[in-house]
Design a protein around this ligand. Structure first.
Ligand code: ATP
Ligand code: MG
Length: 391
């Protein structure tokens, strides 16, 4: 009896012509996730299987697969040749040791003489004989014994299913440039867009020596935490010190954050285009801080030429965001106290509702903005993070 992991994906988004494209991307992402393990991966219609893996790796493989967007559930199954005795033996093995159960049979292989109902009844009877403490409950059983008889001459027998991450395969919805700070919000924002199939790139603005090197390391750690879900991430670490000092020197201090945000998205847009990204992504949430009012957001949007800015957290509460951060395991990194560049030179009374023309004219006070932007991009450090990058 061989053990295999059966993978299922949602079929809703697979209607029509895109189906084979989605399946191909999903298969590639699964293979990437499995690359640290010795195992065999195969695809048959509607199903993926992982086989020939070492038992010690089973848990790690399952945990890894549960982070692949596009997969909806998986089960560990026993694979036997399609022969009655082998099927019944596997069913007995798979049955629980206490409580109630039912047997479900799916028979794609019509060559068998018994039909699904007959096989279910016989398997149920055998299980009861082997484990007399059990009883059958067809309507609300504690456990199910599933017998899946496929066309390929093999039958898969399994109990419960484990829920996976759902969503869409990463890479099927284009690419996005995430503005990644060290806070709680932006990693969650990137994760949510990846769940919708967006391949995430990231940019971080760093104000060394006003901010510490640890602040940068924190962001690298955050990006790494995202890679099991998002796949490899290219992270641009952009030196922002000079620009920030210039804003501080030349602009009305109350507009510090407003102007900074405008320059940040300008740089992000250029990097986005360089990487072929179709959107920017931020962790903004309406009303959370002064720079996240409608007027502030309007001012930031104004500085981007032609890409949309996606803000997947815009209508989420901080508590909801924190829960997600715990779920994706970025919480403990984000809570480390290293300063972000946004907290340096903070004005005492930042404008909360900046007027667009004022925001524009404050930014216009910057001398040589174009050159500064070009210089920052030229000096950016480019990091490739994730499994493939490590190979
Ligand atoms: P976060 O928790 O993501 O840091 P925040 O609540 O601290 O967000 P802000 O500091 O106003 O909010 O930042 C809003 C958004 O701007 C962030 O979610 C992020 O997308 C982007 N951002 C802020 N600082 C940086 C930075 N140093 N580098 C890159 N992006 C940044
Ligand atoms: Mg922040």
């Amino acid at each position: 009896m061989d053990k295999v992991i059966m993978l299922r994906y949602g079929e809703l988004f697979l209607k029509g012509r895109n189906r084979s494209y989605f399946e191909g991307v999903l298969a590639r992402n699964i293979k990437q996730a499995l690359s640290p393990f010795e195992c065999k991966f195969s695809r048959t219609q509607n199903r993926y299987y992982v086989e020939d893996y070492s038992f010690e790796d089973e848990y790690a493989i399952i945990e890894r697969l549960r982070k692949v967007f596009g997969l909806h559930s998986l089960s560990v199954a026993v694979k036997v040749k399609t022969e009655y005795e082998a099927i019944y033996a596997a069913a007995i093995d798979c049955a629980p040791t206490a409580g109630t159960f039912r047997v479900n049979v799916k028979r794609a292989d019509k060559k068998l003489s018994m039909n699904s109902m007959q096989i279910a009844i016989e398997a149920g009877a055998r299980i009861l004989r082997a484990k007399p403490e059990l009883s059958v409950d067809l309507h609300d059983p504690d456990a199910a014994v599933n017998i899946d008889i496929r066309e390929n001459g093999f039958t898969y027998v399994f109990g419960e299913s484990v829920a996976c991450a759902g969503g869409m395969p990463v890479g099927t919805a284009g690419k996005g440039m995430l503005l990644l700070s060290g806070g709680f919000d932006s990693p969650v924002a990137g994760w949510r867009m990846a769940k919708r199939g967006v391949k995430v790139y990231a940019v971080h603005y760093h104000s060394y020596p006003h901010t510490s090197l640890q602040a940068k390391e924190k962001v690298v750690d955050l990006a790494k935490k995202l890679t099991p879900w998002c796949g490899d991430i290219t992270l641009y670490v952009v030196p922002f010190t000079h620009i920030q000092e210039e804003i501080h020197r030349r602009c009305n201090g109350d507009f510090m954050i407003t102007v900074m945000r405008r320059v940040m998205v300008r740089i992000a847009e250029r990097l986005a285009k360089k990487e072929g990204c179709g959107c920017l992504i931020t962790g903004e949430s309406l009303g959370q801080v002064a720079s996240q009012t409608m007027e502030s957001i309007t001012s930031t949007e104004d500085a981007v030429l032609d890409l949309p800015i996606f803000r997947p957290l815009i209508a989420m509460d901080k508590t909801e965001i924190m829960e997600q951060a715990e779920h994706i395991d970025t919480y403990d990194i984000s809570k480390q106290p290293f300063e972000d560049c946004c907290t340096v030179f903070l004005p005492r009374n930042p404008v909360i509702h900046p007027k667009l023309d004022e925001a524009r004219s404050e930014e216009a006070k910057l001398k040589g903005e174009e050159e500064m932007i070009e210089e920052a991009i030229a000096e950016a450090e480019v990091l490739h993070l994730g499994e493939k990058a490590a190979e």
